[in-house]
Design a binder for this molecule. Structure first.
Ligand SMILES: NC(=O)c1ccc[n+]([C@@H]2O[C@H](COP(=O)([O-])OP(=O)(O)OC[C@H]3O[C@@H](n4cnc5c(N)ncnc54)[C@H](O)[C@@H]3O)[C@@H](O)[C@H]2O)c1
Length: 351
């Protein structure tokens, strides 16, 4: 008999990572899956020997009452489903990133989880990368002095990839508060990503007191980078997911790696009364705030400082007000079905 039951909502690509977590422990049994795509759901249940399947998550939550709920659906649906899972009495919710494409839902979900005592985490799993943790350890030791800065480049959109990178850098720095944000975006076509409005290019300066992050996304059209560098007054740290290398006045040091316990192991330990999970949703909420502040800065053409309270998406506001003129039909750069679904949902919610 295991300690907890789990259910997975959204049985597509990323659900495999969640299944791997659950099947890697004898403390959790996956008892149900849910997807609006019946073929995909049925194949997934057969492959992972999951006994129960549902097309509707509300029906599933009330019928199954799972202890742990994985939310693996498309971006705009995350918070609605997470709120329903928390309200249904789930003990823990693991929600995919980005939390959402606005700020209101994430704020409400974090507040409800805190009120109900639900262990609510977001799947920014790269906080477990040995190389990032080695860099974090070096900074904590004062290896390169302070303040520090990074120019982190990647491809794949702000919500999609920026959510990971901003979250990673905050983790490496020790989860500081942000102090101001300057953002720039470009959107010349009617682009979406997994059902959320998406820009084509992003450039931002994010400051955490003296420490800073320059974030460049898609400047070279989708190219991703794996090697990164943090600079300080006393040296630099070159790092990737596997290792970090310190270079200072003494020369180039041996690569360092800092392996971590597993994502689910840390959640179960938290549920057992241990330390708060590093991916607690209140930390992801800060990342969500910073991303919305980047859009707001682009919208207002000014620097944005906390507290940042706007619940609605500044990107959507800017697009609907004609502030970002575009050409062409709507298209989703990742999953066309996600856009079809999002547009239908919008018609239902805002007829
Ligand atoms: N943490 C990571 O590194 C990582 C990696 C990949 C994807 N993701 C995130 O995971 C999410 C899903 O991405 P994906 O690539 O797995 O997409 P996907 O299309 O492969 O899977 C999503 C599934 O959710 C289902 N779905 C959508 N709305 C639903 C609803 N209301 N109820 C039930 N099922 C529903 C779809 O039918 C689909 O099968 C995205 O938000 C993405 O950003 C995170």
């Amino acid at each position: 008999m295991s300690d907890y039951t789990a259910a997975v909502i959204g049985t597509g690509g990323i659900s495999r990572a969640h299944v791997n977590y659950y099947s890697g422990t004898d403390r959790v049994d996956i008892v149900a899956g849910c997807d609006i795509n019946s073929e995909r759901l049925s194949a997934w249940c057969t492959e992972h020997q999951v006994p129960d399947s549902y097309a509707d998550y509300e029906t599933m939550l009330s019928a199954v009452q799972p202890d742990i709920v994985s939310v693996c659906t498309w971006n705009p649906t995350h918070m609605k489903i997470a709120l329903a899972a928390i309200a249904s009495g789930a003990k823990a919710v693991i929600c995919e990133k980005p939390m959402s494409d606005e700020l209101g839902g994430p704020k409400d979900a974090v507040a409800l989880a805190e009120e109900r005592g639900c262990y609510f985490v977001v799947h920014h799993q790269t906080r477990f990368s040995p190389g990032y943790n080695a860099a974090r350890e070096m900074l904590a030791e004062g290896a390169i002095g302070s303040p520090v800065s990074i120019h982190w480049r990647t491809g794949g959109g702000l919500l999609n990839m920026g959510s990971h990178l901003i979250d990673n850098y905050r983790w490496i720095l020790g989860d500081p508060d942000w102090t101001d944000v300057l953002g720039w975006i470009q959107r010349d076509t009617n682009r979406y990503e997994r059902g959320s409005y998406a820009e084509e290019k992003t450039h931002a300066l994010i400051r955490f007191g003296g420490d800073e992050m320059i974030l460049s996304i898609d400047l070279e059209d989708g190219v991703k980078y794996t090697e990164h560098r943090i600079s300080g007054p006393d040296g630099v740290i070159n790092f990737n997911r596997e290792q970090a290398v310190l270079t200072n006045a003494e020369g180039v040091h041996e690569p360092r790696s800092n392996p971590q316990q597993g994502y689910l192991a840390e959640l179960l330990a938290w549920m057992d009364g241990g330390p708060v999970h590093r991916n607690v949703a209140s930390q992801a909420l800060v990342t969500q705030e910073i991303m919305m502040a980047i859009y707001e800065s682009a919208r207002t053409r000014s620097m944005v400082t906390p507290p940042f309270e706007k619940r609605e998406s500044p990107l959507e506001e800017m697009i609907l007000a004609g502030g970002l003129p575009f050409e062409g039909e709507p298209y989703d750069c990742r999953i066309p079905a996600a856009l079809e679904y999002a547009l239908k949902q919008r018609e239902v919610e805002r007829p």
